[in-house]
Design a protein around this ligand. Structure first.
Ligand code: SF4
Length: 743
C-alpha cells in the first residue's frame, strides 16, 4: 500500500505511548512519550545519537503541551490595536483578503513567507510550495539561514553536497583526534558528549577552538582560545604547519581533490608566529593541534556557529575543509569534516524549499531542469514558478519599505528575538500592512501580528525530521491537538483554498465577527492603494487539493519532488524509517541502500573530486575602536533554546537560567568598576542591552559574551551586527564592537 493510500484508510486512535524524538535541537534524541491519564511523561530511549540520554530541555519538553500560555484560538487585532480571540473563519478570511488585496495592489512579491528550522520536512516542503504555487511569490526564506548556511555553502562548493555530517555520529567515538571549532555541545546538545567520552576512553584526543573556556573546552586535551573572528587564520596556520612538517596526504590530494596549489601558496604566508599575534593562540598550541590531526590514524574536524556566524563564515569553514582535505580525511573511516547543525530540522528544512534559492531535493530554483521537474510534480507550468528571492536578513530588512514585501507570514520562527540587529527588524515588522504568525505560544513576534494562528505542537503531529547526520526520522503524534488548534498543513490548505476561491471578490468593509482587513490598527496603517497600475497582477489561483493536510500524503509528494535531486528522498518511506532507526539521504531507490557515509570513493562534483578553495583572513566587519573598545560575542546556555519562546516558559528551565547576563573577565570588570551581579549596559552602534554582570576568568579580557535567548532589555541581538556573508547571507552574530559600562 502506498503512503497516500494508507493515509486514506488509517482510522486507528492515537496510541497512549509512542516513540518519537525531542522537539528541539538537531541531535533529535530518541524519546518515549506516554499519556498517563492526561499527564504526559517523557523518558529517553536508546537511539544512535543520544544512546539513552536526554538533556534538561528534552526531559521537560512535554510541559508546553498543556501550558497555560498555549494558544487555542486564533487572535485578530481589533481597531484599538488589541489582539482578540476570533473564529478560524474570521482569521483565515482576514488573511486571505489581506493577501489578495496587497498582491493586487503591489504585485505577487509584495507577500513574503518566513519559515523555521524546526518545521517538519512535510511542513517545510508545503510552505515552500505554498509560497511558489499559491502565492507565487519569490520571497521565502527561513531562520535556518542564521544557523548553518555558511557551512552549507562551504560544503556545497567543496564536496558538491551539503549534509551536516557525512557520516553517522557514532563515528566520533572511534576517531583518533577530534577538533571542535566554535562548537559547545556539552551545553547545546549534551548527549553528544557520550560519543566524545567514548572517543577519549579509546585514547582519542579532543581539541577545542573557542574564545571562551566553555563546558566542552574544559573537557579538552587542548583548548585554543582565539580572538573572535580569527578562526580562519588559525585554520590556515594549521595547514601551513601540516605542510611544513610533511603531514599532508599527498596521494589523497593528488587523486581525490583539485585546486590544492592555490591553497598551498595562500597558506604559505600564514606563519604561526604571525597568527599567534593575530589570534592570541600560542605557536606551540598550533603546532600541537596540527600534529595531533596529521599523525592520528583517523581524525574529524567539526565546525559550528562559533566559526560560521561571521561575515566571512563561508571562507572560515572552507579553511577547515581545506585542512581536512589536505590531511586526506573526508571519506576515510571514522574521519572527515562535518558541521554540527543546530535546529531540530535545520538540515531537512533547507533541503525542501524554504530557502529563497531552492526547490525540493536541494534543487536550484534557477535551474531549468529543476524547475521543470518540480513544476511537473506540482502540476503547474514551470514558467509560473517565481525565481530566487533574497536571504533571510535581507528579506526582513526590506519589509514595509517602498520596494519590499508588505505582508509576511511567519511559521515556526521568532525573529524579534533571533534576528541580528533586532530592533531594526522589529521596526520593519511594525511597518508591514499585514503580519501573520502561526505558533503555539504568543512569541514576541506574535505580539506584533495582525493575526495569530494557533497550531499543533510536536507531540500532536506526525511527520519526519532530518537530523544533523542527514538521517530522516519519524516524528509521531501521541495525541491530537487540543480543540481549536489546527496543524500548519491544514492552515496552508485552508489559505490556499481561500486564495483559490472567488479571487476577484471585493474586500469586505466589515465582517460580522471582527474587523475588516483594511481596518487601521494602532500598530500599522491600512492596506494602501496601488502604487502604480503596472504593479497589478491577477490574484493567485491554485487548486486547494494541491495542498493535502495528511503528512503521509505530503511526504509521498515530497519523495517525488526530491527524486533525482541532491537530497534524494525517493527511496525513503515512513515504514522504512520505522524499521531501521531512520534512513540516510540520498536514498533514491526504495529497494536500494541509503547513504550513512558519503565520499568513500567519489565526491558528487562534476569531476568526482573535492575542491579546495584558497581563502584569506580578513578583519571582522566592525573592528574595535576608541568608542567601542571591546569585542562582543553571543551564544547559548544549557537550559534555553534559540529565541527562548518555548524554554523560557518551562519552569525548571526558567529556574536554571532565569534571565540574560553579560559575561566578562574579572580584570575587565575591575577596570570598569563592575562587580558580580551589577547591571551593565553593552552598547554597539546599533543598540544596547542591559543585564547583570557575570564575572568569569574563562573569557578573554578583551571580549564580552551574552546569550541570545531573552527579549526586552537583555536582548543580545539588539547589539549584534547585520553585516552578511556575501555567499551565504549569514549575519555576523559572533563579533562586533561594543562599549560596556555599569548601568
Ligand atoms: S535539546 Fe537536543 S540534546 Fe537536548 S534532549 Fe533535545 S535533542 Fe537531545
Amino acid at each position: 500500500m502506498t503512503d497516500g493510500a494508507r493515509a486514506a484508510t488509517r482510522t486507528e486512535p492515537p496510541p497512549r505511548e509512542t516513540e518519537t524524538h525531542c522537539p528541539y535541537c538537531a541531535l533529535q534524541c530518541g524519546m518515549i512519550l506516554r499519556d498517563a491519564d492526561g499527564r504526559i511523561e517523557v523518558r529517553p530511549r536508546e537511539f544512535p545519537t543520544n544512546r539513552g540520554g536526554l538533556c534538561q530541555k528534552g526531559w521537560t519538553a512535554a510541559e508546553l503541551l498543556d501550558h497555560p500560555d498555549r494558544l487555542t484560538t486564533p487572535l485578530v487585532r481589533d481597531p484599538s490595536g488589541t489582539l482578540r480571540p476570533a473564529s478560524w473563519d474570521v482569521a483565515l478570511d482576514r488573511i486571505a483578503d489581506g493577501l489578495r488585496t496587497i498582491q493586487r495592489a503591489h504585485g505577487r512579491d509584495a507577500v513574503a513567507v518566513f519559515g523555521g528550522g524546526g518545521l517538519t520536512n512535510e511542513k517545510a516542503y508545503a510552505l515552500g510550495k505554498f509560497a511558489r504555487v499559491a502565492l507565487r511569490t519569490r520571497h521565502i526564506d527561513y531562520n535556518g539561514r542564521w544557523c548553518m548556511s555558511s557551512a552549507a555553502a562551504a560544503g556545497l562548493r567543496a564536496f558538491g553536497v551539503d549534509r551536516g555530517l557525512p557520516f553517522p555520529l557514532t563515528d566520533l567515538g572511534r576517531t583518533g583526534t577530534l577538533l571542535l571549532v566554535g562548537a559547545n555541545p556539552a551545553e547545546t546538545m549534551p548527549p553528544l558528549m557520550r560519543h566524545v567520552t567514548d572517543q577519549r576512553a579509546r585514547g582519542g584526543r579532543l581539541i577545542v577552538v573557542d574564545p571562551r573556556l566553555t563546558a566542552t573546552a574544559r573537557q579538552a586535551d587542548l583548548h585554543l582560545q582565539p580572538l573572535p573572528g580569527t578562526d580562519l587564520a588559525v585554520a590556515n596556520a594549521l595547514l601551513h604547519i601540516a605542510l611544513t612538517e610533511g603531514l599532508i596526504d599527498r596521494e589523497y590530494v593528488a587523486t581525490r581533490t583539485e585546486g590544492f596549489d592555490a591553497v598551498r601558496r595562500t597558506v604559505a604566508g600564514y606563519w604561526p608566529a604571525e597568527v599567534e599575534r593575530l589570534s592570541g593562540v600560542p605557536v606551540a598550541d598550533l603546532e600541537a593541534t596540527a600534529r595531533a590531526l596529521g599523525t592520528a590514524d583517523s581524525a574529524v574536524i567539526l565546525t559550528a556557529r562559533g566559526a560560521e556566524q561571521h561575515a566571512k563564515g563561508v571562507d572560515t569553514v572552507s579553511a577547515y575543509v581545506n585542512l581536512a582535505l589536505a590531511l586526506g580525511l573526508p571519506g576515510r573511516p571514522h574521519s572527515g569534516y562535518g558541521c554540527l547543525t543546530g535546529q531540530g530540522n535545520g538540515q531537512g528544512g533547507r533541503e525542501h524549499g524554504q530557502k529563497s534559492d531552492q526547490l525540493p531535493g536541494y534543487r536550484k530554483i534557477d535551474d531549468p531542469a529543476a524547475r521543470a521537474h518540480v513544476a511537473g510534480v506540482w502540476g503547474v507550468d514551470p514558467a509560473e514558478l517565481p525565481g530566487p528571492g533574497v536571504p533571510a536578513y535581507q528579506l526582513l530588512d526590506s519589509l514595509g519599505t517602498p520596494d519590499g514585501p508588505r505582508a509576511l507570514l511567519v511559521f515556526g520562527s521568532n525573529p524579534v528575538v533571533s534576528a541580528p540587529r533586532a530592533a531594526r527588524v522589529e521596526s520593519r515588522l511594525r511597518g508591514l500592512d499585514l503580519l501573520v504568525v502561526a505558533d503555539f505560544l504568543r512569541s514576541e513576534t506574535a505580539e506584533l501580528a495582525d493575526v495569530v494562528l494557533p497550531v499543533a505542537q510536536w507531540a500532536e503531529e506526525d511527520g519526519t525530521m532530518t537530523n544533523l547526520e542527514g538521517r530522516v526520522l519519524r516524528r509521531r503524534a501521541l495525541r491530537p491537538p487540543p480543540p481549536g488548534v489546527r496543524t500548519d498543513l491544514t492552515v496552508l490548505a485552508e489559505l490556499a483554498a481561500r486564495l483559490d476561491d472567488a479571487p476577484d471578490a471585493p474586500v469586505p468593509a466589515t465582517t460580522p465577527d471582527g474587523p475588516a482587513p483594511t481596518t487601521p490598527t494602532t500598530t500599522r496603517p491600512a492596506v494602501p492603494a496601488p502604487r502604480t497600475p503596472a504593479d497589478h497582477v491577477p490574484a493567485p489561483r491554485t487548486a486547494p487539493d494541491r495542498f493535502p493536510t495528511d503528512p503521509r500524503v505530503v511526504f509521498a509528494e515530497l519523495r517525488r519532488a526530491s527524486a533525482g535531486g541532491v537530497a534524494d528522498y525517493a527511496g525513503v518511506s515512513w515504514d522504512r524509517i520505522e524499521s531501521a532507526d531512520g534512513v540516510f539521504w540520498p536514498c533514491p531507490d526504495p529497494d536500494g541502500p541509503d547513504s550513512p557515509r558519503l565520499f568513500a570513493d567519489t565526491f558528487p562534483t562534476p569531476s568526482g573530486r573535492a575542491r579546495f578553495h584558497a581563502v584569506q583572513h580578513r578583519p571582522a566587519a566592525e573592528e574595535v575602536c576608541a568608542d567601542y573598545p571591546l569585542h562582543f560575542t553571543t551564544g547559548r546556555v544549557l537550559a534555553q533554546y534559540q529565541s527562548g519562546a518555548q524554554t523560557r516558559r518551562v519552569a525548571a528551565l526558567h529556574r536554571a537560567a532565569p534571565h540574560g547576563f553579560v559575561e566578562l573577565h574579572p580584570d575587565l570588570a575591575d577596570r570598569l568598576g563592575v562587580a558580580e551581579g551589577d547591571e551593565v549596559r553593552v552598547a554597539s552602534r546599533r543598540g544596547e542591552l542591559r543585564a547583570p554582570a557575570r564575572l568569569s576568568p574563562t573569557i578573554r579580557p578583551d571580549t564580552v559574551f551574552a546569550p541570545f535567548h531573552w527579549p526586552g532589555a537583555a536582548r543580545a541581538n539588539s547589539v549584534t551586527n547585520d553585516a552578511l556573508d556575501p555567499v551565504s547571507g549569514m549575519p555576523e552574530f559572533k563579533i562586533c564592537a561594543v562599549r560596556v559600562e555599569r548601568a
